[in-house]
Design a protein around this ligand. Structure first.
Ligand code: PA5
Length: 426
């Protein structure tokens, strides 16, 4: 199970320290469905439910996609795509032999991005997985209309139907109505799971399985992780993270930077930003979630982190054992003067760099929280998802907000639909 190391934050805590009693109370409220938004806490049982009820259908649909298509276009936005993209880029940064390429669309309205994807797809055999809980979100709906047209032009309307899967509400919404009318295979976004907590439902699992990720291993590891984090004690990593970041927020650290030394973590960080931003930023409060990619951003954001306003805390996700390893070779004559590193592995040098960054940032006034994961594999991914979801719910309750709603997202939509003169829009 992943570990949280608070040693880089301890010197910033006041004499009272992180409030574990509040974490315990938040955990109790979550479990007893006594907190705000309790009707959206189904994600806690999701891995077991999906394993029992939907895994077979997901595996069978993924096998069909893998068998007949070179590409899957996943159309969705926000919680309807970030988890899947995070998983695919973390665990399959490059397709292996026989893997279809996974593309993501419907998360922008850029005609240039659309054209780029259409050009990239070219003559490739492809299919669509359209994901929208509401079934009415404009960005994916527009992309779906275009890609569906393309699919029908390429394969004909009847064959195209077999190349569309829709992941949506069980009963409501435009997408559900269309899927029923057209006979597309459907998967359900459960009523009691909000978009940003849905990665371990078919929303995330179908694209992951299509990409060749072992989703059975993901679900098994997630079941274990949630069981392990049911622990009611300050030893619980979710309590440690939630209580430490809330304590630091009280002490003026209002921005949290999520950092990772693996470039393939980029979209996991995007997923994390949505999870925490949408869950906690309300009622005029909330830690602002930002992310950096190390070592690259040490050379762009490093100055600010070291020396800018002291409102930052830093959370570093590390994978302890790399999948690959390289040893620095010895060079005759030492032309680049790097022989002092000859014989050392890249991961060892990276570990030392990590320690150096931590010491520098802590000395510069940035508390450091570490989340240590054993490996960048299915189990590591599942642990991270369960850990961040649970800690987010606890942290939200500790700060007094409902971590499961997102009323603020509606404001731009109202304006946009009015300006676009959507029938019925005020
Ligand atoms: O977390 C959320 O609820 C949002 O990010 C939604 O996932 C996002 O707005 C997409 O909504 P929908 O799945 O209804 O298209």
């Amino acid at each position: 199970m992943l570990k949280v190391d608070l040693s880089g934050a301890a010197s910033f805590f006041d004499s009272v320290g992180p409030d574990y009693a509040a974490a315990a109370e938040a955990h109790r409220a979550l479990e007893e469905h006594a907190g705000a938004g309790a009707e959206f806490t189904g994600w806690l049982e999701l891995p077991q439910r999906v394993k029992n009820d939907e895994l077979k259908q997901i595996l069978s649909a993924a096998a069909k996609i893998r068998g007949r298509s070179e590409a899957l276009v996943v159309i969705g936005i926000g919680g309807s795509y970030l988890g899947a993209r995070g998983a695919v880029e973390l665990l399959r940064p490059r397709p292996l032999a026989g893997d279809p390429r996974i593309f993501f669309a419907g998360n922008s309205m850029s005609p240039d991005a659309l054209m780029l994807l259409l050009d990239t797809l070219g003559e490739t055999d492809f299919e669509l997985n359209v994901v929208s809980k509401s079934g009415t979100t404009l960005e994916p709906a527009l992309a779906f209309r275009m890609f569906r047209g393309l699919l029908e032009a390429k394969y004909g309307p009847e064959k195209a139907k077999r190349r569309i899967t829709a992941t949506t509400d069980a009963r409501r919404g435009m997408l559900k109505t269309m899927a029923d009318e057209e006979g597309w295979e459907t998967f359900v976004v459960p009523d009691d799971v909000g978009g940003r907590y849905s990665v371990l439902s078919p929303v995330g699992l179908l694209p992951m399985a299509a990409a060749g990720i072992d989703v059975t291993a993901v679900l098994d590891a997630a079941i274990e992780a949630f069981a392990a984090m049911d622990l009611r004690s300050p030893e619980n990593p979710a309590w440690q993270y939630a209580a430490a970041r809330q304590h630091l927020y009280q002490l003026g650290k209002s921005i949290e930077i999520l950092a990772c030394y693996e470039p393939s973590f980029r979209f996991m960080a995007e997923w994390w930003k949505q999870l925490y931003g949408e869950s906690e930023g309300k009622n005029g409060i909330g830690i602002f979630p930002a992310s950096v990619e190390y070592n690259a951003d040490l050379h762009s954001m490093g100055q600010y982190l070291q020396d800018g306003p002291r409102t930052l805390m830093e959370t570093v996700v590390s994978f302890e054992t790399p999948i690959n390893e390289f040893t620095v070779p010895f060079a005759m004559g030492d032309p680049d003067q790097l022989n002092y590193l000859a014989g050392r592995t890249l991961s060892d040098i990276s570990r030392v760099a990590r320690e150096a960054v931590k010491a520098a940032h802590v000395a510069g006034g940035v508390p450091n929280l570490e989340v240590q994961v054993a490996r960048r594999d299915e189990a590591g991914f599942a642990e991270l998802v369960c850990f961040f979801e649970l800690a987010c719910a606890l942290s939200g309750y500790m700060s007094g907000v409902n971590p499961f709603d997102q009323p603020g997202v509606e404001a731009y939509k109202k304006n946009m639909f009015r300006l676009l003169e959507k029938p019925g829009a005020e």
